[in-house]
Design a binder for this molecule. Structure first.
Ligand code: ATP
Ligand code: MG
Length: 385
């Protein structure tokens, strides 16, 4: 038994196609148990995974893993035979004998154009065979089952089910990003959205919790572990932030959130640049809170030279929550925590900051020394092994 993997978007990428396909194969290799397959190869715009006997016994586990591999549009467990219509009929018969159904249709794709029958002709011949030998009815709209036949390379594949993959692009084809990861709902989803577009991400979390710092760090690690399912082992940078927050809040300025976010951007970019990462990612969504107005986002990103990506900018909270549930981070994200600044924030944080004023204020509150102390005390954690 093999698995035939289909991808949509990658097929369109012209000269880059090979690079994309190789990344996808590499990523499939990373997630699958080495004992489950004997070979993975590319043929005619598809990836074929040849399973071992052990692999055949672990279909559910393989399915679970492949569902998280970005770049896969869909995949199917297939049986294969020779490119001979009699052999195809025999295999179809064998597969259908185990199925209960009344109506069916055949859907053939032929990428080996040298095969002597067209897709339509194969549909017709095999269709008649099923009608005559199994006494079933053809129904083109909503049949009980669809029999897929693919004529690829020098083989014929037959299967009944296409399993949806997550779509997107293979991790690693779109460079690297550093996600500013809070312990909330939004930023884990933002990370996932970028992974989906082929970006390998690392994470940075600033902590300044009250009594239960350790628990919060464990919570953030759990979130990263879940996200690692989609991209493999991940790096998380933990930055102590309480001293910086204390200093910012002492002043009682309405711009405190802006200065705080700017400082996060500053520290994140220093770390990103050392690691040759050139994009920062946040979970901002337009207008969600005072620091997420267009004026204030402009002010915060002024503190970094790196590209700032905000994949949730047009998401409603409900859409983000739905996605967080699907990804599996929601239940952890909603566990309540208290950041140092909570209860100390101004009643009316500024929604339209003034850059000159913010910079002037910031100079007095967050000096270079505070920033280097935070960076020097960072902790680097690898998760998802
Ligand atoms: P989230 O649900 O991701 O916490 P939020 O809606 O609560 O977002 P804010 O708290 O204003 O919004 O944070 C906006 C973004 O800033 C977050 O999505 C995240 O990218 C970043 N951020 C906030 N707090 C932290 C933190 N402690 N460490 C790292 N990044 C943070
Ligand atoms: Mg938050």
């Amino acid at each position: 038994m093999s698995i035939v993997c289909h991808y949509n978007e990658i097929g369109l990428k012209g000269n880059n196609r090979r690079f994309f396909e190789e990344k996808l194969i590499e990523n499939i290799r990373t997630v699958l148990d080495r004992d489950f397959f004997s070979k993975i190869k590319r043929i005619s715009g598809r990836i074929i995974i040849e399973l071992t006997l052990l692999g055949e016994k672990n279909k559910k586990e393989i399915e679970k893993k492949l569902k998280n591999v970005f770049g896969l549009a869909n995949f199917s467990f297939v049986r294969e035979t020779k490119q001979d219509v009699g052999e195809i009929e025999r295999l179809v018969f064998e597969i259908l004998r185990e199925e209960e159904f009344k109506t069916f249709k055949i859907f053939t794709q032929r990428s080996n154009k040298n095969f002597n029958l067209t897709s339509q002709e194969i549909n017709k011949i095999v269709g008649e065979f099923v009608v005559n030998n199994l006494r079933k009815k053809v129904k083109l709209e909503n049949p009980d089952i669809t029999i897929f036949i693919e004529i690829v390379d020098n083989k014929a594949f037959v299967y009944l089910e296409k399993i949806s993959g997550p779509g997107g692009l293979p991790i690693g084809v779109s460079g690297q990003g550093l996600v500013l990861l809070s312990d909330g709902i939004d930023s884990p989803v933002a990370a996932w959205q970028m992974m989906k577009r082929g970006m390998k991400v690392s994470f940075i979390h600033f902590y300044s919790y009250l009594d239960h710092e350790k628990e919060v760090i464990e919570k953030v690690k759990k979130i990263v572990t879940i996200l690692s399912k989609y991209q493999g082992p991940s790096t998380l940078y933990l930055i102590p932030f309480k001293e910086i927050q204390k200093s910012i809040l002492e002043e009682g300025t309405r711009d405190c959130c802006l200065i705080c976010k700017r400082t996060m951007f500053k520290i994140a970019s220093e770390i990103a640049q050392k690691k040759y990462i050139n994009a920062l990612i946040t979970g901002d969504s337009l207008g969600q809170v005072a620091s997420q107005t267009i004026e204030n986002m402009k002010i915060t990103e002024e503190r970094t030279d790196l590209l700032v990506l905000r994949p949730l900018i047009g998401f409603d909270k409900q859409e983000t929550i739905k996605r967080a549930r699907e990804i599996g981070t929601y239940d952890i994200s909603i566990v309540q925590t208290t950041f140092y600044c909570q209860g100390r924030l101004p009643k009316h944080p500024c929604t339209k900051g003034n850059i000159k004023q913010v910079k002037k204020m910031e100079k007095g509150l967050v000096n270079e020394n505070l920033i280097s102390v935070a960076i020097n005390n960072l902790e680097r954690v690898k998760t998802g092994h």
